[in-house]
Each structure stands twice: as structure tokens, then as C-alpha cells.
Design a protein around this ligand. Structure first.
Ligand SMILES: [Zn+2]
Length: 343
């Protein structure tokens, strides 16, 4: 009779033996070796009657467990052999992999970049962790200027080094930080579009703490508001449709002078005025001619060089064009496939 130790080893022995079986017939032979009348297990079970009663129950339970484990092993191996022997029908259609697609914001970014590329704007990208100098100070917003309050900024613990101010790093609250970077780093004439993630301390049905903006700048001798209007019209007609009109409405931004809010004619009523737009126009975003102080901060002479600039939210233009009525904008970033697969 085998020892209790040997008994406990039987399932692993049975398992490697079962795996070596190449077909059901071989498997049956092996199963007889482990479970048949002359198997070690059966002999062990038969010998139980010789044990003292209190020991018999305990050892009997172990032996029964071993037997059911071994039976499971042979059944499982039998199933996998049956499966692998199934003939392959090569005429059946294949299982095609499920194709995904770009997120609808990525789709919008690609489309926007492509439109600006046609009129010579090169796409650039800038750091999302930015210094106070690029995000505010170089944009004509000195420290303690109240206009900074409008950007609900995330501040980082690390002090910014290298950009000359020693202030804390921030998560860039607008793509306009890239304007100064572009002005400082590149040779004129400059025509770039920066599309990037921006961060603000805000989260409600119409705001997300991480969103996307695109910010364009064109700097050269003799750039005027006429160029600005031309660029805006080109974009609006390409992206929203040729029938849409552009209107510049005087406004105030710290980093542009003059500054405008850009409106486009309502796509629902065609500019006649409706329940959605009230007077025929819907607001797109900000634009203007860069303030001389911004050019000076980048060591560019505003007497020689002028620059147009504009900056809008990617989420905003996307929702405006699609007419998509999303009750809560945060759904864009919840990765819910039931929503995303619709685009
Ligand atoms: Zn309307």
C-alpha cells in the first residue's frame, strides 16, 4: 500500500500522464492506470478497512478528494482532445478583428490641423507643464494682475527654473502660452498653430478640468486685421460650411490690441435669428492683433513686426458644428463606449 504522501502526489502524476495522451484511446488507457481496479488509488481505498475507525474517516476523505481530482483531470483532457480534433473548415469566413477609431476630439484636432495646414500654418506643440512667465507674464499679465483670476490655474509645488522668474510651474491654462514660445523660438515670418491640452480648476456640465484649445499666430512685416479676417473666414467656411459668415465684435484681452470676439452666423436659422442664437450669431472665440508688449517680451520690435492671433476651444467648435446636444460635456472623457462608438 502507498503512503499518504504518495497518494497526495497522484493528481500531479495523473496530470502529466494525461497531457501526454495524443488521443482519447490513449487517454482511456492512462485513466485505467490511475483509476482502474488495479490502480494504486483503488488498492489504497480497499485497504482503508484495515485502519482503525477514527483514522479511516480522515484518510478516506483525503483519498476521495484525490479520486475526484483525478477524474476531473481526465475529463478536462478528454474535452480538450475532442476540441483539437475537430476538423477545420477553411471555407468558413474568418473572425475579423474589431476595429476601433480615433476619439472624436482627436478627429476634430486632425481636421482642424489639416485646414490650417492648407493656408501655411504649421502645427506645433508646447509643454503642458508651463512656467508662469510664458502663461501670463509674457502675455501682458504681470504678477498680481486681476485678469489672471479668469484662468482658474493649477499651480505646482516645484519652482520654475530656467525661464527667469523662479515662480512655481503651472499646468498651462490656455494654449496661448505657446504663442510666446513660438515667437521666442522661431524665425520670422512665423505661421504656427498650437493645439494642446489645457487645465483649469473647473468641472461641471459645461466644463472639464482638462480640455483642448488651438491657438494660432501669424507674425511678419505688414500683417493686419485684414489677414486676421481672411484666416478666420477660411477656417469657418472650411470647417462649418461655405454659407457661414464671420463677424468680429470688439472685446478686451490683455494680450491682444485690438481684440475681438469672433461670431459666426447661426447654422440653424442662417443668421435670421432663432430660439437658439437669438440674433443670428453664435460666439466662436477670441482673436486679435498681438499686443506690442507681447512682441517686446519675445524681443521682437513691434514697430517693424505685427502679428495676428486667435484661440478657441476644440470641444467648443466640435459641439457647435455637429449640433450635438450633450447635456454634460464630461461624457466626452468618461470612456463610455456606448457614447464614443456613435462617432
Ligand atoms: Zn439661429
Amino acid at each position: 500500500m502507498i503512503s499518504l504522501e504518495e497518494l497526495k502526489n497522484l493528481p500531479s502524476e495523473a496530470e502529466s500522464a494525461a497531457l501526454s495522451a495524443k488521443n482519447q484511446q490513449e487517454l482511456n488507457q492512462i485513466a485505467i492506470r490511475f483509476l482502474g481496479r488495479k490502480s494504486k488509488l483503488t488498492l489504497f481505498l480497499r485497504s482503508l478497512k484495515d485502519l482503525p475507525k477514527e483514522k479511516r474517516v480522515e484518510v478516506g476523505q483525503v483519498a476521495n478528494k484525490v479520486r475526484s481530482r483525478i477524474s476531473e483531470i481526465f475529463e478536462a483532457r478528454g474535452r480538450s482532445l475532442a476540441h483539437s480534433l475537430k476538423p477545420i473548415d477553411i471555407t468558413l469566413p474568418g473572425i475579423s478583428p474589431r476595429l476601433g477609431h480615433a476619439h472624436l476630439i482627436s478627429q476634430a484636432i486632425n481636421e482642424i490641423s489639416a485646414i490650417f495646414k492648407e493656408i501655411g500654418f504649421k502645427r506645433v506643440r508646447h509643454p503642458e507643464v508651463e512656467s508662469d512667465w510664458y502663461a501670463f507674464e509674457a502675455l501682458n499679465m504681470p504678477p498680481d494682475h486681476p485678469a489672471r483670476d479668469e484662468w482658474e490655474t493649477f499651480f505646482m509645488d516645484r519652482p520654475a527654473k530656467g525661464d527667469g522668474d523662479g515662480k512655481r510651474f503651472i499646468l498651462t491654462p490656455h494654449a496661448t502660452s505657446g504663442t510666446t514660445r513660438a515667437l521666442v523660438a522661431r524665425k520670422l515670418p512665423l505661421r504656427v498653430i498650437n493645439i494642446q491640452k489645457c487645465y483649469r480648476r473647473q468641472s461641471d456640465i459645461s466644463h472639464v478640468p482638462m480640455f483642448h484649445q488651438f491657438d494660432g499666430v501669424y507674425a511678419d512685416e505688414g500683417v493686419t486685421i485684414r489677414h486676421l479676417k481672411g484666416v478666420l473666414e477660411y477656417f469657418v467656411k472650411s470647417y462649418f460650411g461655405v454659407k457661414r459668415e464671420v463677424r468680429l465684435r470688439p472685446f478686451h484681452f490683455r494680450f491682444t490690441e485690438p481684440s475681438f470676439e469672433v461670431d459666426i452666423s447661426c447654422g440653424v436659422c442662417g443668421g435670421q435669428g432663432c430660439r437658439l442664437c437669438k440674433e443670428g450669431w453664435v460666439e466662436l472665440g477670441g482673436a486679435g492683433m498681438l499686443h506690442p508688449n507681447v512682441l517686446k517680451a519675445a524681443k521682437i520690435d513691434p514697430a517693424k513686426i505685427t502679428a495676428l492671433a486667435f484661440g478657441w476651444g476644440v470641444e467648443r467648435v466640435l459641439l457647435m458644428r455637429s449640433g450635438l446636444e450633450i447635456p454634460d460635456i464630461r461624457i466626452l472623457y468618461e470612456n463610455d463606449l456606448r457614447f464614443l462608438e456613435q462617432f
